[in-house]
Ligand binder design. Structure first.
Ligand code: COA
Length: 181
């Protein structure tokens, strides 16, 4: 099982362990940290700052380059308190020019210790459902050429290949499809 949960300070310890497992923000490709005003610091204070930063992006069209978005943490089971955290998913509510060309609506990453257990596939399906609830009818999901794990995650989620642009493979997933649940 896999669940998406809202970032919350009550989960700071599993969050900090997850950040450390990744080996730092530079290794969290897909997590949406480029969209925040600071790097995650794996402490209680750092988690509080992270939660505040993620909430600030939920509605604001920040400086014209970033769009309103929702951050999720990927939980290993049903998302109940105490559930371990295994990754990140970032849902952009709209596409600006760069997101349309490169970034897409949804980014995700799963901590190294929890990979190849289906978490990314299930999280992406849940992210597509979250997009549907926002009224989005299809989501753009992209990956680097050569990122086979992400490409297969997208294809497993019903992604329809559109094209390659500047090293990115671009796929559309309909939000009313079988994975939208
Ligand atoms: C991409 C990533 C999120 C996949 O997470 P995961 O939880 O291991 O993925 P899943 O277990 O759901 O597997 C999804 C598919 O990818 C395949 N896959 C997973 N890891 C793979 C690998 N290293 N090489 C090839 N295929 C791989 C699985 O077999 C599965 O394909 P299938 O459905 O055809 O069997 C994870 O590898 C990751 O976080 N990578 C670094 C960050 C990143 O690249 N994020 C995406 C940015 S676009």
């Amino acid at each position: 099982m896999t669940a998406l949960v809202a970032p919350d300070l009550s989960r700071w310890q599993p969050w900090a362990a997850m950040v450390e497992d990744f080996g730092g923000p530079d290794e969290m490709h897909g997590s949406g940290y480029w969209h925040l005003d600071g790097d995650p610091v794996p402490t209680r204070t750092g988690c509080a700052a992270f939660v505040t930063m993620t909430e600030a992006t939920s509605t604001a069209d920040l400086d014209g380059t970033r769009v309103p978005s929702t951050y999720f943490w990927i939980a290993a089971q049903d998302g109940a308190p105490g559930d371990d955290l295994v990754g990140f998913l970032h849902l952009r509510h709209t596409l600006n020019e760069w997101l349309f060309e490169q970034g897409g609506h949804i980014g995700y990453s799963v901590r190294p210790a929890a990979r190849r257990r289906g978490h990314a596939s299930r999280a992406l399906a849940l992210g597509v459902s979250a997009a549907a609830r926002l009224g989005i009818d299809r989501v753009l999901v992209t990956c680097d050429v050569g990122n086979d794990a992400s490409r297969r995650t997208i294809e497993a989620g019903g992604g329809r290949f559109e094209d390659e642009r500047q090293g990115k493979l671009r796929f559309w997933i309909p939000c009313d499809g079988p994975t939208a649940g």
